[in-house]
Structure formats: C-alpha cells, structure tokens
Design a binder for this molecule. Structure first.
Ligand SMILES: Nc1nc2c(ncn2[C@@H]2O[C@H](COP(=O)(O)OP(=O)(O)OP(=O)(O)O)[C@@H](O)[C@H]2O)c(=O)[nH]1
Ligand SMILES: [Mg+2]
Length: 408
C-alpha cells in the first residue's frame, strides 16, 4: 500500500520519517523561488485552496452536477467481457474492525473520510436505521424496501438485486433472522464485492506510463496533478503529456500543474494530433529517464465515436514508442453522476480496456455508493478516490475505511 502521509526528511541527524504535510514543503520552495508570480496566473495555495484551474465547461467545483455532463456517453452498449481473477488472500473479516480498536493514526484517517462521506452515509446508513426501526423480523416487505434503498443510494440495480438475493437466501436458511444484524451482514457482503478484484501486480518498469481517461469534467487533469504531486513526494521524476488538444486551455491547465508539482509537461498547440504529442512525450520520457508518465486525454470530442477512436489511437501509439505502454489505463469517474458512472465504466472498458478506476468528488455527494456498483458490475479495481479539491484529497482506495465511512 502506498504511503501518503509520511515522507523521508533529511535532517542533520540523518533521514527520518516525518508526519509532514508535504505540500507545505512545496509552498516553501515555491515562495523561495518566486514561483508565485509565474505567468501572472493566480497560483493555487495547495493546502487551503480549491484547485483553482480554468474550470471545465459546465462543471462546478463544489456543487456537484446531478446530471450526466455528456449524455451521449450514457448508453450501455454491452457487458464487459474481461473477468478478473479473484484475489484469494483478501478474505472478508469475520467482523469489520471496531473503529475504537484502531491505532490513533488510522482512527484519524477513518474520521476524515467519514466526514467527507457524510452525505453518502446519510443516504445509506441513516436511511437503513430508519427502515429497521421497530422491526422484529426480516420479512419479504423489509427486504424489498431495503433493495429500493440500495438502488436509490446509487449502488446500481444489478448490484442491489444481487446483494438482496444473497440476503434473502441467508434469511431462508435461518442464518440471518435479526433485523439489527442486517447492516453488518450487508457491510460484509459489500467488502466481498470490493475486494474480489485483482490488483495489477506493480512493476518496476521505467518509465511507467499511465493513461488517464474519462468524460469531460470528471477530474482527469486535477487527478493527474494529485498523483504527480504524490509521486514527486516519493522522489520520483514525473513527466506529464498534454494529449487533450481539443479543449481550449486544457494544455495550459496541465502546464500550470506541471509547474506546481515540478513535473515537465510535453505539449503541442491546441488542435494538434494527440497521438503525435504522446509519441513525442514518450520519446522525451525515455531520453530524460523519468520514472512515471501521465497522459492527460480529452473528455469530449465532436462525437463519442471520435473520442473512443482517438483514445484507441493514443493507446496504440504509446505501445509503438514503449513496449507494454500504457502500463495502466485509469478511468476517472465522477461519483456525483451516480449510476451513470457504471454505464461510463462499461463503455470505456469495452472500447479502450481499462486497468483501474479512480472515483472523484465523493465529498459532498449522496451518491458515493456507486463505487460498489462500479466494482461489482465491471470487475475493475477501484484504485484511488477523490474526496476534495486539495492536493492531498486523493487517497488509495481502502475498502474497509470506505465501508466504515458509509455504513456505521
Ligand atoms: N469536490 C471535488 N472536486 C473535484 C475532485 N476532483 C476534481 N474536482 C474538480 O472537478 C473539476 C473538473 O476537474 P478537471 O480536472 O478539469 O476535469 P477533467 O476531467 O480534466 O475535465 P476536461 O479536461 O474538461 O475533460 C475541477 O473544478 C476540480 O477541482 C474531487 O475529488 N472533489
Ligand atoms: Mg482535463
């Protein structure tokens, strides 16, 4: 598991692990280098500001859009054919760990996540409490209402039906009789869903090339900045490739982030062929011996077909320049779009081939249950979650912490 909160710091006494907010270091460096005046742009304060980038059309930073931003991408064209192997070592715990029993640092981490996921918890956990109030037996009506509750909490129709079917079976076998046990039962089932996907084995290949895709406004560019920021903190050399040549200002947005996180940006002018930018970018990555490359891609083109074709071409081009690249194709999904995110995941996975999902904007939405539906219905691992606009608001996905935050 990646460490997010510690970094090595050189002191006169030697190297120590410090519980520092590394952004503060970046700010100090920026201040001393006079970077704040860079190109006259208002440079965001990474610790306290929202990510103040040129806003994507139609996307609001904190007020989450309830509607899908690109209706042309809501069509479900078929089931994903890729079935990932089960990870046998990930057994659901007999009981989820009680929060009080956790070490203080983990408890703080759980607490912060809980706060960010308040609205989802209200849509799921609080509503369950109200539903179960005064109920003495688990009957057909209760299970039906529970199924409706899960669907309305955006877990996805198929996922909700399956979870309730498993529950019904347990009730039928008299293994589950007490309504007060329903919550912990569902939590355990959900844990099973979230952990029954194979994580790709990390490789030491360098440069490690990550292509980031998703519809417009989901948070691709800012997520790349957050990932690059994290990698830089680990001392890695990072290069960003501006392959969204379609949207005006997309290249500049990435460049500003490149400056902030001290990662070189390979760019061409708006309207250029994104595959050509990728070809150049990977050439530069080889020449500069970088550790990581993030390819930022367009979220909207003239049509959905154009977008998919362009992404396929970018992927093919990457492989021509570096064998095996892109090593990861990460799909960014916006949690505020609810069950639409599941359709998008299917569509992109089928067209491009995705290796992992990043779910953004889980803060401030009641639709965070969709993460379970996405994993269940695509078989893709959820790798990171975005819980805010600051640099440190991207976290490796921890199924246990997530479930503790939404059902308690
Ligand atoms: N609240 C919240 N906002 C986020 C999160 N991640 C990204 N955003 C915001 O989402 C908006 C869109 O982010 P971008 O990174 O520009 O999205 P994009 O997918 O690159 O958009 P296009 O380039 O237009 O396709 C920005 O205002 C971000 O600050 C998150 O986890 N939480
Ligand atoms: Mg972008």
């Amino acid at each position: 598991m990646i460490k997010w909160f510690k970094r090595k710091k050189s002191t006169p006494e030697g190297e120590t692990d410090q519980d520092l907010a590394p952004v503060a270091i970046l700010e100090e460096e920026a201040a001393s280098s006079g970077e704040a005046a860079w190109e006259g742009a208002r440079v965001p304060d990474l610790e306290t500001d929202a990510l103040e980038m040129p806003p994507s059309p139609g996307i609001m930073a904190t007020e989450a859009p309830e509607e899908q931003t690109d209706p042309s991408l809501t069509v479900i064209t078929g089931e994903s054919e890729e079935v990932l192997e089960l990870a046998p070592e990930l057994e659901p715990p007999a009981e989820m760990e009680a929060e009080e029993a956790l070490p203080p640092q983990k408890r703080r981490f759980f607490g912060r996540l809980r706060e960010r996921l308040t609205r989802t918890r209200e849509a799921l956990s609080s509503k369950m409490d109200r539903l179960f109030l005064g109920k003495r037996v688990i009957d057909a009506d209760l299970l039906e209402e529970l199924e409706e509750l899960l669907i309305s909490a955006d877990l996805g129709v198929d996922t909700s039906i399956e979870l309730i079917e498993q529950t019904r079976e347990k009730v039928r076998r008299k293994e589950l009789t007490d309504p007060t046990r329903l919550k912990s039962h569902l939590k355990k089932e959900m844990f099973g869903v979230l952990t029954q996907v194979a994580e790709p084995v990390p490789s030491l290949v360098k440069p490690w090339v990550v292509m980031v895709i998703g519809v417009n406004g989901v948070g691709k560019t800012t997520t790349i900045a957050k990932l690059a920021h994290h990698d830089r903190r680990q001392g890695e050399k990072v290069l960003l490739v501006a392959a969204d040549t379609f949207r005006a200002a997309a290249v500049e947005q990435l460049e500003i982030w490149g400056q902030r996180v001290e990662a070189e940006v390979i760019r061409q002018k708006t309207g250029s062929d994104p595959a050509a930018v990728v070809f150049d970018g990977l050439g530069a990555a080889l020449a500069r011996r970088v550790d990581k490359v993030y390819i930022d891609t367009a979220g909207r083109l003239h049509t959905k077909v154009n977008l998919m074709e362009e992404l396929k071409k970018v992927k093919r081009t990457a492989a021509k320049k570096i064998e095996g690249a892109p090593h990861e194709v990460l799909l960014v999904l916006d949690a505020t779009t609810g069950q639409n995110a599941i359709s998008q995941a299917r569509l992109f996975h089928e067209a491009i081939g995705v290796t992992g999902v990043i779910m953004t904007k889980l803060d401030g939405t009641a639709k965070g249950g969709v993460a379970i539906g996405v994993v269940k219905e695509t078989g893709l691992p959820l790798k990171f979650i975005g819980v805010g606009e600051k640099m440190d608001d991207l976290r490796p996905f921890d199924p246990e912490a997530y479930l503790e935050a939404i059902i308690s």
